[in-house]
Design a protein around this ligand. Structure first.
Ligand code: COA
Length: 372
């Protein structure tokens, strides 16, 4: 039997038309559209339509917006019955428990499930944040844009900040066979239901090596404090054998293209904000400096392995800038990536094939029973 591939690097277990990640060139395409164009010219609702149907929706097509609004209202209507689910200390635990309260049948027609679930996840996340603050979640507004309404549900400002959240959601909506998407596909391959696949994916996304990194990235920026202290702090972390959060990627050997999409969204945000953006500018400058020093130190330690900034690095700066609470960063990631999970579940279901790899037994055996 061949040797084990513990991280499944380079092992292809699915064919997909959803997203194409080119790790050597640093490119990400969704259904053939470059991620940069989708973020700048289209937005989250169009990206959702594109990913789930294969076509960019016409501006007059309100189906995605209706599905998202239905999800927000569905979650809002359930929140009082979720009991302990939203009392969890960790937002991702609350999300996993909250989503598990729904059945696939609650979501309506299968074609709308991704939009409805995206509405549900974002609203549950806002409901968790509100409950942590001892506040009640306001009624969603079905006529508002999704990102704007979620900002309002969170108690943050819509408008300029809503546009930045929208661009973030485009950047992270789907990304090949990442760990959470793989988890969703494995569950779907057994013939299980969509909610089971999504709750498994939430569990995978929670981990710090996947979607749990942006909170720690901010902790790192806080701990570093000023540009002059970056090098000594980073060198100490590396010497202690700890990883620099927001750096490195399994697929990318150059800078993650989503880091640029987020930097551009931050740039637009700070231009729209004008003089009020001083704190954002300061944070962004510190982040850029830390990225540059971390990249240099990592290159010295790992000359044969390129370790550059990944999506989580600027996710942290962007979500902080628009006043999303740090504890909610991974849940905001899930509010977009759930669309990718749903699209992959549909693709996996169409194959009808069980994903069942093999393991190599390396333990001992008792002597075989004597024959006869
Ligand atoms: N900081 C310090 N060292 C790092 C590193 C980081 N962020 N990322 C990788 N390395 C080192 C590893 O320690 C390993 O060193 P070694 O060969 O001396 O043992 C080497 O680079 C290769 O790393 P490996 O764990 O094989 O890479 P991977 O493909 O499994 O890891 C990540 C990919 C994302 C898990 C990894 O880069 C990481 O942990 N990054 C920090 C967490 C993060 O930002 N996650 C969000 C991902 S989008």
């Amino acid at each position: 039997m061949s040797a084990a591939s513990s991280g499944l690097e380079g092992v292809i277990v699915a064919e997909t038309v959803l997203s194409d990640v080119d790790g050597e060139r640093g490119e990400l395409w969704l259904r053939g559209e470059p991620i940069e164009r989708l973020a700048q010219q289209h937005g989250f609702e169009s990206a959702l339509g594109l990913l789930t149907t294969g076509r960019l929706p016409e501006p007059s097509d309100g189906r995605v917006a209706t599905g998202l609004a239905r999800g927000r209202s569905l979650a809002h209507g359930r929140i009082s019955r979720l009991g302990d689910a939203l009392e969890q200390r960790d937002a991702m635990d609350a999300l996993r428990a909250g989503v598990a309260h729904f059945g696939e049948g609650d979501l309506g027609p299968r074609d709308d499930a991704a939009a409805v679930l995206a509405g549900v996840v974002a609203t549950l996340a806002a409901g968790w944040a509100r409950r942590q603050r001892g506040e009640t979640l306001p009624e969603p507004d079905p006529g508002a844009g999704h990102a704007d309404d979620v900002m309002r549900l969170l108690g943050a400002s819509p408008g300029t900040a809503g546009r930045a959240l929208d661009a973030y959601w485009v950047a992270v909506i789907d990304h090949g066979l990442n760990a959470s998407t793989f988890a969703a596909r494995v569950v779907a391959s057994t013939g299980s239901d969509l909610i089971s696949a999504v709750t498994a994916a939430i569990g995978a996304l929670k981990g710090p090596l996947h979607g749990g990194a942006p909170g720690p990235v901010l902790d790192m920026l806080d701990a570093i404090g000023s540009e002059g202290d970056a090098e000594a702090w980073l060198a100490r972390e590396l010497a202690a054998g700890r990883r620099i959060m927001g750096m490195g990627h399994r697929i990318y050997r150059v800078r993650d293209p989503r880091a640029l999409v987020l930097e551009q969204a931050l740039h637009r945000y700070r231009q729209e904000l004008g003089p009020g953006a001083a704190a954002v500018v300061q944070r962004l400058e510190l982040a850029r400096h830390v990225e540059q020093v971390a990249g240099r130190l990592l290159a010295e330690r790992h000359p044969s392995r390129a370790l550059a900034a990944n999506v989580e690095f600027y996710t942290a700066v962007l979500l902080e800038a628009i006043d999303v609470p740090r504890a909610l960063f991974s849940a905001m990631f899930a509010a977009s990536r759930v669309v990718g999970w749903c699209a992959h579940v549909a693709e996996q279901r169409a194959t009808g094939r069980l994903i069942r790899p093999a393991s190599r037994y390396v333990g001992s055996r008792s002597p075989a029973l004597a024959a006869g």
